[in-house]
Design a protein around this ligand. Structure first.
Ligand code: NAP
Length: 221
């Protein structure tokens, strides 16, 4: 796939690098220095280059949105027309101090984003893991047991694209349902961050969902 990265920081830089190493064509965009984007593209050692947000989005099969909530308007303005595009957003609607969500309970950052770009096909994914786990998960991707990663969205084919990317990084994609479920996954992302940075286990924390067969459950009860 051709993947445009809008926001090449901790998440966008790492995910873009992994996408390139997994065989995708990547355009890194939106950082404060062009040198940084060029270095990311060089270091990715795959099919990657630096570009403007408009270039990153123009021919993309999927766009990864990875900017702070306060930068959203600016990056969308710079990206131009995103009609029909698959937008995989890992952005959380955090306040300026990163202490809490500014959208919650009755909506989510992902839903507000979808209202802002109604002709795009928004999927919420990758925001429930700390960026520190990403390279480790990619390196361990051939192991039988993979960590799970939840995603949600309203467009079936856009979700299939996101699931493929999630798998390429090394996670088991866990379909959490329609985009409105982001109201629950976004606060869950804060729980994961809390556990990762302040709880035991540190930022390498990733998680796994397991189905417990009913029979086992009733035995346990
Ligand atoms: N980091 C995580 O572990 C994590 C986990 C889950 C969800 N998220 C969410 O993912 C999103 C991205 O997080 P992040 O940690 O990757 O953020 P980040 O490291 O700050 O990256 C944001 C990118 O935006 C760029 N940027 C900021 N201001 C700019 C400006 N004025 N002009 C041009 N570019 C500008 C930054 O440029 P520079 O590269 O020059 O700084 C950087 O490339 C956020 O919404 C966050 O809530 C992050």
């Amino acid at each position: 796939m051709r993947i445009g990265i809008l926001g090449s920081g901790l998440m966008g830089g790492k995910l873009g690098t992994i996408f390139a190493r997994a065989g995708h064509q990547v355009v890194f965009s939106y950082a404060r220095s062009e040198q940084k984007l060029k270095k990311l593209a060089r270091d990715a050692k795959g099919n990657a280059r630096a570009g403007t947000p408009r270039e990153a989005a123009a021919d993309a099969d999927a766009v990864l949105l990875a900017v702070h909530w306060l930068r959203m308007e600016d990056v969308l303005d710079q990206a131009g027309d995103l009609s029909g595009k698959v937008i995989v957003s890992c952005s959380l609607p955090m306040n300026a101090g990163d202490t809490g969500l500014v959208v919650a309970h009755t909506s989510s950052g992902a839903e507000e984003l979808a209202k802002r770009i109604p002709k795009a096909r928004v999927v919420s994914a990758f925001n429930t893991v700390p960026s520190e786990v990403l390279f480790g998960v990619f390196e361990a991707r051939r192991r039988a047991t993979r960590p799970g990663l939840v995603y949600c969205g309203d467009d079936k084919s856009a979700k299939a694209v996101a699931a493929e990317l999630i798998q390429d990084v090394g996670f088991d994609p866990v379909d959490a349902g329609p985009l409105r479920i982001a109201r629950y996954t976004e606060p869950f992302a804060l729980l994961v961050a809390q556990l990762a940075y302040e709880g035991k286990g540190g930022p390498e924390l990733a998680y796994r969902f397991e189905r417990i067969p009913r029979a086992t459950l009733s035995r346990r009860l």
